[in-house]
Design a protein around this ligand. Structure first.
Ligand code: NAP
Length: 278
């Protein structure tokens, strides 16, 4: 059995809301591909009961993914934390160790970098990147973008202090914060990562067309309906590619699967299947 225990192979994704989640389908497809029998369910947990709900589930399960709005709470409840989780200050993966301790990890950043470099033909070395947003997802991906060798990471957030705090935590001169009202003066970027929740919330996100040119890749961390407004903007601004976060979702799930099962599944067949169903 996984992790040397005799527990059933049970997994879940926690969120609020969570009924839309593709994670159960993704992990079941990975399990079928790898010949690993597993049970994976979606659990809707309001913030007030998340910690108790997660502890109850993990008392006799192997692991859980964690989605909005519980990533910071998942990080806080863990007994041990990976370097990626510590840098992000949040966790999207909880793993129950054989001794019952809970380990927190964050695979969002590695998922984004793998999707960009291996699926979207967007090499990051030397790239000038604009990161829109400084919330949990932005914190999860910023360090990985720097580790992947981007030349410049400009972070712009509606609340300017949060972008400045993230840049301070990153602690490198390649990262800088700019004001939202100055976006029109920043010129164009090789990659624009949209990491705000404006699209998902159905709120307008006015962006100047000058941020993109024929070399630019526009990437929205969201997928489905929530990504459409940014993707329309990127195409209208002349970007060479406009990508949603479906590939990132599949890649971060594969990294979680590898943590739990010691084996990384092939992601392309699962990505192709989900894309066909979009
Ligand atoms: P979060 O922690 O709640 O942060 C939300 C961010 O959006 C903040 O920077 C916030 O700015 C900004 N924002 C919200 N409404 C805005 C508006 N109307 N105009 C401008 N900025 C606005 O959320 P998160 O965890 O970072 O998630 C962000 C998005 O990433 C979500 O849509 C989520 O679905 C997506 N995501 C995708 C994946 C994947 O695997 N594909 C993984 C993680 C996250 P303030 O600081 O000013 O409030």
């Amino acid at each position: 059995m996984p992790h040397g225990t005799d527990l059933p192979a049970r997994y879940a994704v926690f969120g609020h809301p969570i009924s839309h989640s593709l994670s159960p389908a993704i992990h079941r497809l990975f399990g079928a591909q790898c010949g690993i029998a597993l049970e994976y369910v979606a659990i809707d947990a309001p913030p007030v009961s998340f910690e108790a709900d997660a502890r109850r589930f993990l008392a006799d399960a192997h692991g859980a993914n964690v989605s909005l709005p519980h990533k910071a709470a998942a990080f806080a409840l863990a007994d041990e934390r990976s370097a990626a989780a510590i840098r992000a200050g949040s966790a999207n993966v909880l793993t129950r160790r054989p001794d019952g301790r809970l380990a927190a990890d964050n695979t969002d950043g590695s998922g984004l970098v793998r999707d960009l470099t291996e699926r979207q033909q967007c090499p990051l070395q030397g790239c000038r990147v604009l990161l829109l947003g400084a919330g949990g997802a932005a914190r999860g991906v910023a360090w990985e973008l720097l580790d992947a060798g981007v030349a410049e990471l400009t972070i712009v957030n509606r609340t300017a202090d949060t972008a400045a705090a993230l840049v301070g935590a990153l602690g490198v001169t390649r990262a800088r914060a700019r004001y939202w009202q100055d976006l029109a003066e920043l010129g164009s970027f090789d990659l624009i990562v949209h990491a705000t929740s404006a699209g998902v919330l159905g709120q307008p996100l006015p962006l100047p067309h000058g941020l993109a040119d024929a070399q630019t890749v526009g990437y929205d961390l969201s997928y489905g309906h929530g990504a459409q407004s940014f993707l329309r903007w990127a195409r209208a601004a002349g970007a060479r590619a406009a990508c949603d976060g479906l590939g990132m979702l599949v890649e971060q799930a594969a990294d979680a699967f590898a943590l739990w099962h010691g084996r990384r599944p092939a992601t392309d067949p699962v990505y192709a299947r989900l894309r066909a169903e979009q």
